[in-house]
Design a binder for this molecule. Structure first.
Ligand code: NAD
Length: 383
């Protein structure tokens, strides 16, 4: 086992994120350091359980834990209160109690619902995250936001409940389809724009070489194939440092502003005001990361107007998104006015202005109070 550790701490919480190869097989041993009780629920979806359930269960059993595997359907629809109730019933039937803990094995959907279950089961028990998508590794597993959806909207019910431990095993990404990898890369590019110009540069130069990047170091010979999609690159050791770097960026931000009070955590919403509106206006038919990608292009246009972003830097952003096969324009036929109307409906405008995250140059971002709905409408029209 070979891993890097990132410490995440703030007001009232402290935990580690481990990143490396082969960590799932050691999950039980790693959990021993943070869990006192013996019974646990390992919650995953059909896919994450099929791929990793046995490996993780064996690891917990070999450390004398009594794991109960709970499998739910894959997909956003599973993030519901009805599913929470079913999981809790199963946990009670399996004899879990206040001394037990929950392990979330899967992508962001599983991280969010398993974290929520951990937060409310018998008034709160520890949660261990084993993220298996790139998005979950670099984004959703960090920061303690847990929750489920209502018919009225996404993530409307939830609590902050920080995990006791995050175990990010890079080997999990070897089975992840390119479409899902791209979702993670959208957030990585966002992190680069708001906080890490050097990573932006590295990603730009890496993506210029379209083949085999990072597959060096993969233990799986079958993966050592020439691949034309840069978003499927970097599955090897390069990916360990990329994931570590992104966890560290998010960790620093949430450590400074865990409950989104000071405005620091709001920077993570770069590209999300327009991105969320695209998602809602198109009935969630476009994947989240793709919407954020288009939303970041709009945020760059607004940043040129309101924060002095150079047009050359906007072009660099567009070109990096394209290299990772992320969209920079709306698909034909999408109603731009509907997207603008959704922004108006979703966001609070005070005196005709909104709090909007802008970037004055790649690597920096701040919340601006100068952005008007007209700026947003103009940027959407240009997409
Ligand atoms: N809590 C937060 O701070 C936060 C932040 C961002 C996003 N989110 C939430 O995260 C969710 C999206 O997460 P996601 O993109 O990981 O989606 P997801 O959990 O739905 O996973 C995507 C798909 O990949 C499959 N999968 C998972 N691991 C796999 C693997 N290793 N190999 C092959 N397939 C695998 C899943 O079964 C699923 O079909 C949304 O619900 C979003 O609201 C939460």
């Amino acid at each position: 086992m070979n891993s890097d550790t990132i410490e995440i701490s703030g007001n009232g919480f402290r935990y580690s994120a481990l990143v490396g190869h082969g960590l799932m097989a050691k999950a039980g041993q790693l959990a021993r350091k943070v869990a006192s009780g013996n019974r646990c629920a390992i919650i995953g979806d059909e896919t994450s359980m099929r791929l990793f359930g046995d490996r993780v269960r064996e690891s917990f059993s070999s450390e004398n834990f009594s794991p109960r595997l709970i499998r739910i359907p894959a997909g956003e629809k599973s993030k519901s209160l009805a599913q929470v109730e079913k999981i809790c019933d199963e946990m009670i039937a399996a004899g879990l109690d206040r001394s037990s803990f929950v392990v979330g094995l899967g992508g962001g959907v599983i991280g969010d619902i398993s974290g929520f279950v951990a937060a409310i089961f018998q008034r709160g028990i520890p949660h261990i995250q084993i993220p298996t998508t790139l998005l979950a590794m670099v984004d959703s597993s960090i920061g303690g936001k847990t929750g489920v959806n209502l018919d009225a909207g996404k993530n409307l019910i939830g609590v902050f409940h920080h995990p006791a431990l995050i175990i990010a095993d890079i080997e999990a990404l070897e089975s992840l389809p390119p479409q899902e990898l791209r979702q993670g890369y959208a957030e990585i590019i966002k992190h680069a724009i708001i906080r890490d110009a050097e990573m932006f540069q590295t990603l730009s130069s890496r993506a210029k070489r379209p083949v085999r990047l990072g597959l060096e170091g993969s233990r799986h010979e079958s993966l050592k194939v020439t691949h034309r999609n840069p978003s499927t690159c970097a599955r090897g050791d390069g990916l360990v440092s990329l994931v570590r770097r992104n966890i560290a960026i998010k960790a620093r931000i949430v450590s400074a502003d865990a409950r989104e009070v000071s405005g620091e955590r709001a920077l993570l919403n770069f590209g999300h005001t327009v991105g969320h509106a695209i998602e809602r206006a198109t009935d969630f038919k476009i994947p989240h990361g793709d919407c954020i990608s288009i939303g970041m292009v709009a945020a760059c246009a607004i940043s040129m107007k309101r924060a002095g972003l150079a047009s050359r830097e906007r072009d660099h952003v567009v070109s990096l998104l394209k290299k990772f096969e992320l969209p920079s324009q709306l698909p034909a036929g999408v109603d731009r006015e509907k997207i603008a109307a959704t922004v108006v409906h979703d966001k609070k405008f005070i005196g005709g202005k909104i709090r909007f995250v802008v970037t004055p140059r790649i690597g920096e971002a701040h919340v601006s109070n100068d952005v008007t709905m007209e700026d947003i409408r103009e940027a959407i029209a240009a997409l």
